[in-house]
Write a protein that binds this ligand. Structure first.
Ligand SMILES: *Cc1c(COP(=O)(O)O)cnc(C)c1O
Length: 393
C-alpha cells in the first residue's frame, strides 16, 4: 500500500464509522468509464458506483446541466413547484407509457421503497409479501422487506406482517398472497443477491395474482431501472403494468435521487400531508436526471446495452472457470465454478478493473451504459488471463 493510501486509511478509521469496513483504495476523479485513485492508478469502472453513474464519470451533459441549475436555483422546499420536477415527472410518465402515472421524488432506493410501503397502508391492508434474497434498502421499513436475514437479525423488531417467499416461485407467491396483502414487492432481477433472473412469466404471474387479490404490485427497479437491462425499467419484456415502480441508483446519473411512481388507483392514494421529503425532487438532482434521460434517448443507448449484453455473455461464458453468465443488459452476474470471486475481484482490481463480488462465486458487472466496447473487449481478455492463471480449486 502506498504512503498516501496508508494515510487515507488511518484517517478514515479515526473519523468514519465502520459499517462499510475499510475500503482498499481512494477514488479521487473519473472521466467516462475510467476512475482514478489517489496514487494516480487508473481503473476501468465496471461497477459505476453500483449501477449509479449510468453515463460514467463527469459526463459533459450532466456537468453542464448541474452547473446551469445550481447557478439559477439550487433548492426549493416542497411548498413551491419548480419546472424541473414537473418536466421529470412528465418524462417518467411517458417512459412508463401510462398517463395515470404520478411520481413522488425522494433521495434513495430505500426511501422510494419506504414511500411504497406507506402508500400500501392506505389500501386499508397491512400485509406485505417480499422475496428471499431480495434487497430493498436499509431503513427499517425497507429492511423489513429485504429478504436477507443477515442484514435484518440485529435490528429486530422491524415492520411486522412481512412474509418472504422463494424468489422465482409462483406457487410460493400464490400461497402467501391473501385478502390481507397490501403489497407484493419484487425485483425484476435480484441485484445484490448475485444477479438472479427469475423464470419467464414470473413477474406477469405476480401481476395476475395481485390483480385478483387487490394487492398492489410494487416493482423495485432501483437497480434494474433507467435502461440498465436494455429496457427502461427491467420488466417490460413481460408486457404488464405494475401498480408502483420504485427507482433510484441510475436515475440521478450520480446525484442522490429516488422516485416512487404509482399508476392507476394507486396514484391517487396519497393525500396532502401523507408523506414528504425535504430534498426530494431537488432541482439539481432533477436537472441531472433530465440530462441523463436525454442522452440515453438521443444516443440510442438502450440498443447499445442490448448488444453489449450479447457480446459479454458470449465471450465471458467461454472462459475457463466460468460456469454461467446471467442477467440482462449491463447488469450481469458472472457465476464462477468455485468460490474464488473475492480473490478474482482483487486480481481484477490490481489489473485495473473495478467489479464486485456479491457472493463467494459471483462477480457483478454493472458498468456505465455508455461504456466503450473497446473497454469491454480488453476486460474480457484480461479477465481470461487471470482465470487461466488462478487455481480453480
Ligand atoms: C440499492 C438498492 C436499494 C436501496 O437503495 P439505496 O439508495 O441504497 O437506499 C433498493 N432496492 C434495490 C433493488 C437496490 O439495488
Amino acid at each position: 500500500m502506498s504512503k498516501k493510501q496508508d494515510k487515507f486509511s488511518t484517517d478514515w478509521e479515526s473519523s468514519v464509522q465502520s459499517n462499510y469496513g475499510l475500503p482498499s483504495i481512494t477514488l479521487v476523479r473519473g472521466k467516462g468509464s475510467i476512475a482514478i485513485d489517489s496514487d494516480g492508478q487508473k481503473y476501468v469502472d465496471l461497477l459505476s458506483g453500483i449501477a449509479t453513474n449510468i453515463l460514467g464519470h463527469a459526463h459533459p451533459s450532466i456537468v453542464k446541466a448541474i452547473r446551469k441549475q445550481v447557478g439559477v436555483l439550487g433548492h426549493v422546499s416542497n411548498f413551491y413547484m419548480h419546472p424541473g420536477v414537473i418536466e421529470l415527472a412528465q418524462k417518467l410518465q411517458s417512459l412508463v407509457g401510462d398517463e395515470s402515472a404520478r411520481t413522488f421524488f425522494c433521495n434513495s432506493g430505500a426511501e422510494a421503497n419506504e414511500a411504497a410501503l406507506k402508500l400500501s397502508r392506505l389500501t386499508g391492508r397491512t400485509g406485505i409479501v417480499a422475496t428471499q434474497g431480495a434487497f430493498h434498502g436499509r431503513t427499517m421499513g425497507a429492511l423489513a422487506m429485504t429478504g436477507q436475514p443477515s442484514k435484518r437479525e440485529l435490528f429486530l423488531p422491524l415492520v411486522p406482517s412481512v412474509t418472504h417467499v422463494r424468489y422465482g416461485s409462483l406457487s410460493a407467491m400464490k400461497r402467501a398472497i391473501t385478502r390481507k396483502t397490501a403489497m407484493v414487492i419484487v425485483e425484476p432481477i435480484l441485484g445484490e443477491a448475485g444477479v438472479v433472473v427469475p423464470p419467464s412469466g414470473y413477474l406477469s404471474g405476480i401481476r395476475e395474482m395481485c390483480t385478483h387479490s387487490g394487492a398492489l404490485m410494487v416493482v423495485d427497479a432501483v437497480q434494474t431501472g433507467m435502461g440498465r437491462t436494455g429496457q427502461w425499467f427491467g420488466f417490460e419484456h413481460e408486457g404488464f403494468v405494475p401498480d408502483v415502480i420504485t427507482l433510484a441508483k441510475g436515475i440521478g446519473g450520480g446525484l442522490p435521487l429516488g422516485a416512487m411512481i404509482a399508476l392507476g388507483g394507486a396514484s391517487q392514494l396519497f393525500q396532502p400531508g401523507d408523506h414528504g421529503s425535504t430534498f426530494g425532487g431537488n432541482p439539481i438532482a432533477c436537472a441531472s436526471a433530465l440530462a441523463v434521460i436525454k442522452v440515453l434517448e438521443k444516443d440510442d443507448v438502450l440498443i447499445k446495452v442490448q448488444s453489449d449484453e450479447i457480446f459479454l455473455k458470449n465471450s465471458l461464458s467461454q472462459i475457463v472457470g466460468v460456469k454461467e453468465v446471467r442477467g440482462r443488459g449491463l447488469l450481469l452476474g458472472v457465476v464462477l465454478q468455485s468460490t474464488i470471486a473475492m480473490e478474482i475481484r482483487t486480481e481484477l482490481q490490481s489489473a485495473g478493473y473495478l467489479v464486485n463480488a456479491p457472493t463467494g462465486n459471483i462477480l457483478r458487472i454493472a458498468p456505465a451504459l455508455n461504456i466503450k466496447r473497446a473497454y469491454l473487449e480488453k476486460f474480457v481478455q484480461d479477465f481470461e488471463a487471470i482465470m487461466n492463471r488462478v487455481d480453480h480449486g
